[in-house]
Design a protein around this ligand. Structure first.
Ligand SMILES: Cc1ncc(COP(=O)(O)O)c(C=O)c1O
Ligand SMILES: Nc1c(O)cccc1C(=O)C[C@H](N)C(=O)O
Length: 411
């Protein structure tokens, strides 16, 4: 079995225990030089020619979207031709939600989970307002992976169900294929937000019967703050793909400069404007750390890490019963993503006290301490060091120190 953190040497990590890759992934060592080369050589010296080909390469910036799609596809269990890369997660989700709703014009309901990341709820609600549809809420994954939660809300008026695969607060995970099957039984489409999944586990979208998916690349894919998101549309749906915005890069012939819009075929219809070359270049470089890695290896390492930390949390909850440490992450392997979260009455101060001790997790309202485990660069020693620091913070009640308790961090 691959040891967790087996590719740590490919990352530029400071000397600390970094358990926040579920918010922002660590820096792969190749990214800085790649971005510098894009700026100095490709832009500075290649200038406009770099759109067609960069010095010493047979391809140019115009091919970046396809090159990044080819690197992402294996991590998604899909064909690269069905992947678009370039907008933010929220913008991608807006486009796929509108397009998905338009694929079921006779249906009036969009379903979203109460455990979703807020931007997903805002996006789905904005699409409902735009298309005069109804938003219906479903509960989160639960013990059965979410089938009962979906069955409670599905009917023949549901056009699209948009779910966040792994709960950003608790790490609870929907059973993607089982939930997709339940959604299809009612003739609706299954859309997934994979921000807390891809890069830490298999998602196998094609085999799982998903219809649409989006995800960010700045978490477990380590492409940097604000890096471009990806969107995926199942091949059998692409002929009916009608996104809300038709831009020139989504035109079959962008440089024909015609006023009539002839959309590209397939997922290329999701392209809108000029691709973010610097960010896509960083993404392409960052994805190099996954070369030769299988998603099964990622998952095995992730489960070792989260399982080890879960055991530590259980031990500390028993050792300090008055601290009211309450695990919120499912213990069952098939029910959890690559994070461990627990409640504590002073969770914000506890996280700040841990950061002061070189262990970086984060806090999420109302009272959750959250720790993300990136399989490629987090080690079991990191887990043990984090547990030792947590024990010290609980024993000393350092979380109550006004220096930690006052809420001033925003992320
Ligand atoms: C599940 C999920 N979806 C979406 C987002 C954010 O979307 P965007 O990249 O558009 O800010 C996040 C976190 O930022 C997230 O955790
Ligand atoms: N996207 C973020 C941002 O722009 C700033 C700070 C944090 C983030 C995050 O990724 C938050 C993250 N999605 C979460 O699960 O809380």
């Amino acid at each position: 079995m691959t040891a967790p953190g087996w590719r740590r040497d490919l990352f530029a990590l400071p000397d600390l225990v970094y358990l926040d890759g579920n918010s922002l992934g660590a820096l792969p060592r190749t990214v800085a030089d790649r971005v510098a080369a894009v700026v100095e050589d490709e832009w500075g010296r290649g200038l406009i020619g770099s759109w067609n080909h960069v010095p010493g390469s047979s391809s140019g910036w115009i091919d970046l979207v396809d090159r990044c799609a080819r690197l992402l596809a294996p991590l998604l269990g899909v064909d690269a031709a069905d992947v678009h890369v370039g907008e933010s997660t929220s913008q991608s989700l807006f486009a796929t939600t509108v397009a998905g709703a338009r694929m079921r014009p006779d249906r009036r309901v969009l379903v979203v989970d109460r455990s979703t990341f807020p931007t997903d709820a805002y996006v789905v609600s904005s699409v409902a307002r735009l298309l005069d549809l109804e938003v219906r809420w479903c509960e989160g994954p639960g013990d059965d992976g979410g089938v009962a939660a979906l069955e409670a809300v599905l009917d023949d008026d549901v056009a699209l169900v948009s779910l966040t695969h792994v709960d950003f607060r608790t790490g609870a995970m929907f059973d993607l294929p089982a939930v997709a099957a339940a959604i299809h039984q009612h003739g609706a489409l299954a859309q997934w937000d994979l921000c807390h999944s891809t890069g830490a586990m298999p998602v196998d979208l094609a085999a799982a019967g998903a219809d649409l998916a989006v995800g960010c690349t700045y978490k477990y894919l380590n492409a940097g703050p604000g890096s471009p998101a990806y969107a995926w549309v199942a091949p059998h749906l692409q002929a009916d793909l009608d996104p809300p915005v038709a831009g020139w890069m989504g035109h079959a012939s962008p440089f024909a400069m015609r006023l009539d819009h002839e959309p590209r075929t397939g997922v290329g219809r999701l392209r809108v404007g000029t691709p973010p070359v610097l960010a896509l270049s960083a993404l392409e470089a960052a994805l190099g750390v996954f070369s030769g890695v299988t998603t099964a290896e990622l998952r095995a390492a992730s489960l070792q890490l989260t399982g080890r930390f879960l055991a530590h949390v259980d031990t500390l909850a028993a050792r300090f019963p008055d601290e009211q440490v309450a695990l919120v992450t499912p213990r069952a392997h098939h029910r959890r993503g690559s994070q461990v979260s627990f409640r504590h009455p002073h969770a914000y101060g506890l996280v700040q006290a841990l950061i002061a001790r070189g262990v970086v997790g984060d806090f999420r309202d109302p009272d959750i301490a959250r720790f993300g485990f990136a399989p490629l660069y987090t080690t079991l020693d990191d887990v043990d060091r984090a547990a030792a620091a947590l024990a010290e913070v609980l024993e000393s009640r350092a979380y109550a120190d006004p220096a930690y308790a006052e809420r001033n961090a925003v992320t």
